[in-house]
Design a protein around this ligand. Structure first.
Ligand SMILES: [Zn+2]
Length: 467
């Protein structure tokens, strides 16, 4: 049932029993596997090589016999296609080319972008559709509430979702002003004049905008924003970072999760107890990032997603490389869908190996946010010692004006050590010295990688003109 009058849920499937949910998933999974088997050369070969036939699928667990699909393998295939004069998605596309309504692409920050074609129906699911609308209702937004969307269009899955949702459900007026370089003051002015109830952006931009407001003599808490919808990087689910955002805006902050390859996957509800994955749209598994084997319940691992309702380029067992921890017991809000507790704990691709230990920038953020003198901005610099043997790790930490001291530096080092288990060098810098980022924050400079310094300088220079 859509649009329940109480607006506690958008769709009844959100509160279906786990048993019912598994029944829906199995039915849709069988259809999805048969679909790619008959239409995708890529998957037909992959399934054949694994000795798997669609008729082998009797339970949800049987899908584990299908090998994971990785971003790299898709990118390589697309590159090869282009080199040989074919469309990038040749072999992956499951519909005639004329049915491709639009394409989305990953930002390509770690290499070449991945092109994801969508049919008209995919696009309507991908954007505004069900999952996004559920997210609005889950955080208590009501018809008539204005949402200001400051996502840059490179965050396709969120940005376009919100715009599209606005068009199809006019009861939620959405103001869209992408956070382009140089327009943050305008962004702020819009908030002052339109008084949106909800504001959405990346967590780092949201914090930056609060700083900018204060610099301009405006208290962000007085602006009437009650809901912060945050996505694009870990942040809203990190308790200390969330507390800082909520304190800055006097609002509740909610984490949303999506990725270009999949669209809007889920979001937090008012209980803030983890991101609810729309399990009737995606089959989610959590696997060991090294071995690909399922992890035990409640253990951290890489999130693997299967599209259950995609037409143009459905992906089976797509390894997102996002590290999550899943919980299945019903949420306080009554929803039964899996929750990613603590949001995206880190990205397997962002995982830094320092002295053999795994370090995630989100852990550093969490440690620093516990210290009131820190502004929340930092840069992890990893390199090699003079003999080029041992890893070195320096964390540049920005602290509030007037708080530079040796005592603070030691306190920060202790806090970091107890969180990341290595002892980094800590360098304190004054508020405003580290670069601010409009889109995703760059929080790691790994000098062990060739060209890393040049790339870092280029992207931070490009963003210098931010305000
Ligand atoms: Zn909930």
């Amino acid at each position: 049932m859509r649009g329940c009058s109480s607006l506690r849920y958008w769709s009844r499937v959100e509160v279906a029993s786990r048993r019912e949910l598994r029944r829906i998933q199995l039915k849709r999974l069988k259809r999805a596997v048969r679909y790619v088997w008959s239409r995708s050369r890529f998957y037909r070969r992959k399934l054949r090589e694994a000795g798997f036939h669609p008729s082998d699928l009797r339970s949800l667990e049987d899908i584990r016999r299908v090998p994971l699909t990785g971003k790299e393998e898709l990118r390589e295939l697309q590159l090869r296609n282009v080199r040989e004069g074919r469309p990038p998605y040749d072999g992956l596309l499951c519909v005639p080319e004329r049915e491709v309504a639009t394409c989305v692409a990953t930002t390509g920050t770690t290499g070449v972008p991945l092109i994801v074609p969508l049919t008209l129906r995919d696009a309507s699911m991908y954007h505004g559709g069900e999952v996004c609308h559920r997210g609005y209702v889950a955080v208590g937004l009501k018809p008539g509430d204005i949402v200001q969307n400051a996502f840059n269009h490179s965050f396709w899955f969120v940005s376009a979702s919100l715009v599209d949702l606005a068009c199809r459900t006019p009861e939620y007026p959405t103001v869209y002003l992408a956070s382009h370089i140089g327009n943050s003051r305008l962004q702020l002015k819009l908030i002052q004049e339109l008084r949106p109830k909800a504001f959405s952006s990346t967590p780092s931009y949201c914090l930056y905008l609060a700083e900018l407001a204060r610099e301009q003599g405006v208290d962000p808490r007085e602006l009437g924003v009650e809901v912060l919808l945050l996505a694009g990087e870990p942040g809203a689910s990190i308790p200390s970072f969330r507390a800082r955002l909520e304190e800055a805006w006097g609002a509740r902050a909610y984490d949303i999760y999506g990725l270009v390859e999949m669209g809007w996957v889920g979001g937090e509800c008012w209980a803030q107890s983890g991101i609810h994955v729309a399990e009737d749209v995606f089959l989610a598994e959590v696997v060991d990032p090294e071995t690909g084997e399922p992890v035990g319940e409640g253990e951290e691992g890489s999130l693997v997603l299967t599209h259950l309702r995609r037409e143009a380029m459905p992906l089976l067992r797509y390894d997102t490389r996002d590290i999550v921890k899943a919980a299945f017991e019903p949420c306080e809000c009554g929803r039964t869908h899996m929750r990613l507790v603590g949001g995206i704990v880190g990205r397997a691709t962002e995982q830094l190996k320092v002295k053999g230990l795994a370090v995630y920038p989100s852990q550093v953020a969490e440690a620093l946010n516990r210290i009131p003198e820190c502004t929340g901005h930092f840069l992890i610099v990893v390199g090699k010692d003079a003999r080029e043997i041992l890893d070195t790790c320096t964390i540049r930490v920005e602290v509030r004006h007037g708080s530079l001291s040796d005592e603070l530096r030691r306190r920060i080092a202790r806090e970091l050590q107890s969180t990341i288990w290595i002892t980094p060098e800590v360098e304190l810098v004054e508020e405003g010295e580290l670069s601010r980022f409009v889109m995703k924050s760059i929080r790691v400079l790994d000098l062990r990688k060739p060209g890393a310094l040049k790339a870092y300088l280029q992207s931070s220079r490009a963003q210098q003109a931010l305000a």
